[in-house]
Design a protein around this ligand. Structure first.
Ligand code: PNS
Length: 164
């Protein structure tokens, strides 16, 4: 069985992530969406919330499972029998950092990184930008799945209320 990991922080999952996960699911027998849990990083959504959203949006794909991980991605891949890490490349600006990570990961473990070009309609999309635009009232409904939009609206309303 060829098993791949799609790692990320997914804070929150966007349509761009979903594009890459969908395409990875057509290339591999099993895809593990690996949610990085870095406790020192401030996130809008908890790891549990990010996993819940991913579980909902990946429900149509029988060969996609969601898992969290702490520490090195390569250790997670070794533990779970993962042969390949799938990463989306949005633009050339992603390439330098992704190449560096791919080479570091390959030096740590016998794991290939497979780069998948992001579909052009999502080439500008990043979770950080979605959060910023939504914070200032911009329309992000075409950029995230409906369940994420709903949770984002609630979370940002909670934040605004807490600041008042
Ligand atoms: O969505 P992000 O924030 O770009 O995801 C980054 C993530 C979680 C994929 C990356 O930071 C990661 O792999 N972290 C685990 C720690 C690790 O293995 N570091 C060495 C990378 S070469």
């Amino acid at each position: 069985m060829r098993r791949a990991a799609c790692p990320g922080s997914f804070d929150p999952v966007t349509n761009g992530h979903l594009d890459i996960i969908t395409r990875a699911a057509s290339l591999f027998d099993e895809v593990i969406v690996a949610v990085g849990v870095n406790k020192s990083k401030q996130r809008l959504f908890t790891a549990e919330e990010r996993i819940d959203m991913l579980t909902e949006v990946c429900e149509p794909f029988p060969n996609v499972v969601i898992a969290d991980f702490q520490g090195l991605l390569t250790d997670f891949c070794k533990e779970r029998g993962v042969h390949a890490i799938v990463k989306g490349l949005r633009a050339v600006s992603d390439f330098d950092y992704e190449l560096q990570m791919a080479q570091m990961n390959s030096s740590l473990a016998d794991i290939e990184t497979v780069f998948v070009p992001t579909s052009p309609e999502y080439s500008f999309l990043a979770s950080s930008l979605v959060k910023e635009v939504a914070t200032f009232g911009g329309d992000v409904s075409s950029l995230v799945p409906p369940t994420v939009l709903a949770r984002l609206t609630v979370r940002l309303d909670e934040r605004r209320a807490a600041e008042m």
